[in-house]
Structure formats: C-alpha cells, structure tokens
Design a protein around this ligand. Structure first.
Ligand SMILES: CC(C)(COP(=O)(O)OP(=O)(O)OC[C@H]1O[C@@H](n2cnc3c(N)ncnc32)[C@H](O)[C@@H]1OP(=O)(O)O)[C@@H](O)C(=O)NCCC(=O)NCCS
Length: 333
C-alpha cells in the first residue's frame, strides 16, 4: 500500500491464469448465498450500501451512466432474496478494474465478501488479461489482505504514475490553448474544476480508477500551465461516452469548449473509436450547441433521468464516416 495524501492507493494485479476460465452468466449458489449478474434494478440497492459504507459513495447517476458500458462486469449477491453485496468491475481492452466492492454491515463475517469477489472474478472479470484493484476509497486493511489471498499483488504506486506523467503526453498548441492527454497529476485539478462547475461533481477518488483505465482518451486544456477545461471519455469496444466536459467559468465564451471537444474527438478517432455518445440537460443549450457544432446529433431523450421533471437529451457522433459532421467540424477533425 502507498499513500496519496491521506488516501491509501495501492493497485494490485491478479494471477490471470487462475481466473481465466469463463462460466455461464447464471446465478451461482454457495450455501445460502446466490451470486448473479447485476440488473439495472439493483443499482438503488448498491447505492444504499455505498452510502452506508463509504465516505465518498458512488451516487446513483454515476453508476447509471456507467451501467450500459460496464454491466457485464457487475456481480450482486443475495441471501433469501435480501440484498447482501456487490463487486463491480470496469473493463477496458486488457484490464478489469474493481471499481467498488462491499457487503452490507448485517451480512459481514460470514465469508460472503470472499465468495462474491471470487464469483465476480470467475464470471465477470476474467476475459481480460489483467485484474486490477485500485482501492483509494477503501482504507480497510482486511479487504487488502483478502485480495492478496485471492491472488492479487501490487503492481503500481504513486511514483509510477508520476513518473509516467513525464512520458508520451504530446502537447498540441491551438491558439492560446495547450491540449494534451490527462496526467495523474491533473486529477486533483480536474476534481477542483468539477466541484466548481457541477452540483454532483466527480471527485478525485472517482476520477482515479476511471483515469487508470481510460486515460488515453482524456483531454485537458491549459493556458500557461493552468487548467482551463477538459473532456473525459470512457471507451469500450469502439464505443465511447463523454462522461464529463467543462470549461472554467472565467474562460468561457472564448471558443475553448469547442476546441477541447474537437481535440477529444480527434484523439478518439485516432484511437479507433467508432462512436461517441453523451448526455446533456435540455436547458444546457450552450453545451448542446457546442456538441452540434462539432458534429454530434441528437439521438433521443429520457424522461426524469436527473429526477422528476428533469429529462436528459442523448447525443452521438459517428466517427466511422465524416458524413454526419458539418463542414466546420469536418475541417477540425
Ligand atoms: C459547456 C461549456 C463547456 C462550453 O464552454 P465554452 O468554452 O464557453 O464554449 P465556447 O466558448 O466554445 O462556446 C460558448 C459560447 O461562446 C460563444 N463564443 C465562442 N467564442 C466567442 C468569442 N470569441 N466571443 C464571444 N462569444 C464567443 C460561442 O458561440 C457559444 O455561444 P452560444 O452558447 O450562444 O452558442 C461551458 O459552458 C461549461 O463548462 N459549462 C458547465 C459544464 C457543462 O454544462 N458541461 C456540459 C455537460 S453535458
């Protein structure tokens, strides 16, 4: 374990051969415990345990946003129909990362935690070469010991991330802006900007595991070393999602939002991404116009997504052809 600020932050890797075998996605019973793939209706129960267990719990909307892309890696468990716990893996091309994992207080000390994790690793984390646990939210040494017993071992630490920060982050100048991939050392500044801009911001501890998996598609923009904005994407099998995008208040209406988006799109296209989707509040016309200007088209809406009476609009862009992009966007891509 290494310490980032006052946060424990070891990253560990499992022995890939041990968990490589795939099994069918059927419920698996061990004694009274039944482990099964998560369903969307489980998310509220997961969030209830999250809130009881963690100081910075994952909120419903965050999990719901991740759900379509990552549900194949999410395991839940029950005893007699009562919700016991979960292990949620996020998967990228070569890695499955344990995003969060918990057992409700009243079901602890029965060995359920170990069984849930074993089931999740066998059934829903195994097609990948590497299983990773990035537990900065978890300060419980017992969890770390259990992971070690299951074959995880340490691979990375803060020094490795900071070291990798110096390599391969080609900076592109665009007018006043310098755009590049997000580094580990950007995460705290991104979290600060998130907190300044959004009611329900992504915090450092949430950004960290997502960055670990998807950093090659995270674009930040700076002026004189100060963070001005970012567009952060998650990608799975060619389909990407802009999960957050913002420009600092003091730097708005200068065209930076559009520049950041175009760089993010160009980066995704060259990484082989086929399409990008995103969610926007209908009232956020500034953001919607930016998305349309760079080639996104509205593909649908979902009622009450942000709560009663608060819908969302869905946008997407097809990167396999230039036809859907308007001329201004085409020139920039
Ligand atoms: C959405 C957001 C990222 C846009 O950033 P931005 O840097 O202000 O974006 P731009 O400067 O490219 O465009 C914003 C407006 O400024 C205008 N503008 C651009 N350059 C300008 C200039 N030199 N002078 C005057 N106006 C200008 C644009 O035409 C646009 O106007 P419009 O809203 O009437 O279409 C920013 O408003 C933000 O961070 N909002 C809060 C977070 C958010 O809503 N994120 C999206 C969630 S889906």
């Amino acid at each position: 374990m290494t310490v980032i600020g006052n946060v424990e932050s070891a990253t560990v890797e499992a022995d890939p051969d041990r968990y490589r075998k795939m099994a069918p996605d059927e419920p698996e019973r061990t004694g009274e415990l039944v482990c099964r793939p998560a369903e969307v209706g489980d998310l509220e129960k997961i969030v209830a345990i999250e809130s009881a267990v963690f100081s910075e719990p994952y909120q419903f909307l965050m999990l719901y946003q991740l759900w379509p892309m990552y549900k194949a890696g999410w395991t839940v468990a029950e005893v007699d129909g009562e919700f016991v716990g979960y292990a949620l893996f996020l998967q990228s091309a070569d890695t499955a990362l344990l995003l969060t994992y918990a057992v409700a207080d009243s079901f602890r000390k029965f060995g359920h935690g170990k069984r849930i994790l074993q089931n999740a690793m066998r059934h829903r984390g195994t097609a990948r070469r590497r299983l990773v646990y990035a537990p900065p939210r978890c300060k419980d040494p017992a969890t770390a010991r259990m992971l070690e017993r299951l074959g995880f071992r340490g691979i990375d630490d803060r020094r490795n991330f900071l070291h990798s920060d110096s390599a391969d982050y080609e900076e592109i100048r665009d007018g006043n802006l310098t755009c590049r991939r997000a580094r580990y050392s950007d995460l705290a500044r991104i979290a600060d900007l998130e907190a300044a801009v959004f009611e329900d911001p992504y915090r450092f501890l949430m950004l960290y595991p997502l960055w670990f998996l998807h950093r090659r598609l995270w674009t930040v923009a700076e002026i004189d070393g100060r963070l001005v904005g970012y567009a952060l994407l998650l990608e799975e099998r060619g389909e990407a999602l802009i999960f957050t995008f913002a420009v600092a208040e003091r730097c708005r209406r200068l065209g930076y939002g559009e520049i950041v988006l175009r760089h993010a799109i160009a980066r995704s296209r060259s990484a082989g991404t086929e399409s990008i989707t995103l969610t926007v509040k209908p009232a956020n016309t500034t953001a919607s116009r930016r998305f349309e200007r760079v080639g996104f088209v509205k593909t649908g809406a979902e009622e009450d997504y942000f709560g009663p009476g608060e819908d969302r609009h869905l946008y997407s862009i097809d990167l396999t052809s230039n036809i859907s992009a308007p001329p201004a966007a085409r020139a920039a891509l």
